[in-house]
Ligand binder design. Structure first.
Ligand SMILES: O=P(O)(O)OC[C@H](O)CO
Length: 428
């Protein structure tokens, strides 16, 4: 078939209009606002009241006095503490998790939640649709039959494809509005045991009691509203909270749909405030350019920076490769990077100058800083920081340090693979 001149011109015009329409649609899906893109300079130290004031006002939830915080190491300590709190619930249970997989631990949690639901305690469970794909439907049905309101966050919908990349990675359990838990743990058998072998991961989880629990409840509510349109109110969820301990604390969130830069900002402010030490336990450590710069600046100020990351035993090899690609400048500036040897290292803990501790769901990578919903607990308490430093140094005993020389002389093929993985770091 031969086209007339008019048909060719018409096809050209239609093609050009289509190209313009596609470009406009693509531009509309791009980030409309600017994000943090300039370096955060050192200004105040962590013990300076102005630092606390800045963190309170910039992150939103204020730092509240009077909290009691405890750490739990590995499933053998973590799960009994969480289950004890669930079994003791009298007024409400709100549970948000990225990973809920079937298995013995999943069963045990379901049984405990179902038992409380039968006792007429309102139970709300929010699991991430992607992260909890391996959750058995039987568990979901049993929970729903018992009266538990269980929801999946951002399920696959053809008309919401763009938001599929925004997962809730938050790990929050709030019981009676009075006891809160957060940390690295997922509900799966990998987290059971005591990190004794490759089947049992190393992780830390934290319990908070006191005024800051209301902020954790608010963090849960943020995504509960998004998932259900409903708000849970009243004293079952927000009871009066008396001071119970000496720790100042703050629970805050980040999400691409609100407070997008809060988590990145917190890490930038924390690292840039350091004058003595930064200890980072990071299951996934792929720092972006800004995070690298504040860490390198801290090293130049004489701050000791120690990082523990997983070794060969890691569930997502591509992240390890992208991570290793980023170490050159850090090592050259004097950072100590250690790979954990016995099993997968899944901790997410930062300790700055023996005072500020940040724990929760956040990984030091772009997925946590820019793409997912996260929630962290900041604690300002020297005794708690000391306790976690002891845990950090215990973990250090099971690591292999990667020196600059070793990193520089790693095999050429590894370098190629690492740089290829690093090219994907905006999604990792
Ligand atoms: O995303 P995280 O840090 O909760 O880790 C989950 C693991 O990748 C599960 O395989």
């Amino acid at each position: 078939m031969t086209w007339s001149r008019r048909q060719i011109v018409a096809a050209g015009v239609i093609g050009a209009l289509l190209a313009i329409a596609v470009t406009i649609i693509a531009l509309n899906f791009m980030q409309p606002e600017r994000r943090i893109e300039r370096q955060v300079e050192h200004r105040y130290t962590t013990d300076d009241p102005r630092f606390r004031h800045e963190l309170s006002t910039l992150l939103g939830p204020p730092i509240l006095e009077g909290n009691r915080v405890a750490n739990f190491e590995n499933g053998d300590q973590i799960f009994p503490a969480m289950l004890e709190a669930i079994r003791g619930a009298r007024h409400s249970i709100n549970f948000e998790t990225y990973i809920y997989w079937s298995g013995d631990i999943g069963r045990e949690f379901a049984d405990a939640l179902i038992e409380r639901a039968h006792a007429k305690v309102p139970v709300h469970v929010l699991v991430d649709w992607v992260g909890s794909q391996k959750m058995d439907e039987v568990l979901v049905h049993e929970m729903a039959d018992a009266g538990i309101r269980i929801e999946r966050y951002h399920p696959l919908q053809w008309y919401h494809l763009v938001r599929m990349n925004n997962r809730t990675h938050r790990k929050l359990l709030v019981v009676d509005g009075k006891i809160g838990f957060t940390g690295g743990v997922g509900i799966a058998d990998q987290w059971s045991g005591n990190a004794q072998d490759e089947e049992h991961w190393r992780d830390s989880h934290y319990r908070i009691e006191g005024p800051a629990v209301a902020q954790m409840q608010a963090a849960f509510m943020d995504n509960w509203i998004k998932a259900t349109g409903g708000v849970l109110r009243g004293e079952d969820y927000f009871p009066p909270l008396e001071p119970l301990g000496d720790a100042a604390g703050q629970v805050f969130t980040s999400s691409p749909t609100g407070g997008a830069d809060s988590m990145l900002l917190m890490y930038l402010l924390a690292f840039s405030s350091a004058v003595k030490t930064i200890d980072i336990s990071a299951s996934y450590f792929v720092p972006d350019e800004l995070t690298l710069r504040v860490l390198i600046d801290a090293l130049k100020r004489g701050v000791r920076v120690r990082v523990i990351v997983p070794g060969e035993d890691i569930d997502t090899e591509i992240v390890r490769k992208a991570s290793r690609a980023s170490w050159g400048e850090l090592l050259a500036a004097g950072a100590q990077i250690h790979e954990y040897q016995p099993t997968m290292f899944h901790c997410k803990t930062v300790i700055v100058d023996g005072l500020l501790v940040s724990v929760g769901s956040t990984n030091i990578d772009t997925r946590s800083f820019r793409l997912n919903d996260e929630a962290n607990l900041n604690v300002y308490d020297a005794a708690f920081a000391r306790a976690l430093t002891r845990v950090f140094e215990q973990d250090l005993k099971h690591t292999r340090q990667i020196t600059l020389q070793a990193w520089l002389h790693r095999p050429f093929t590894e370098k190629i693979m690492e740089n290829a993985a690093a090219a994907l770091s905006s999604q990792l």
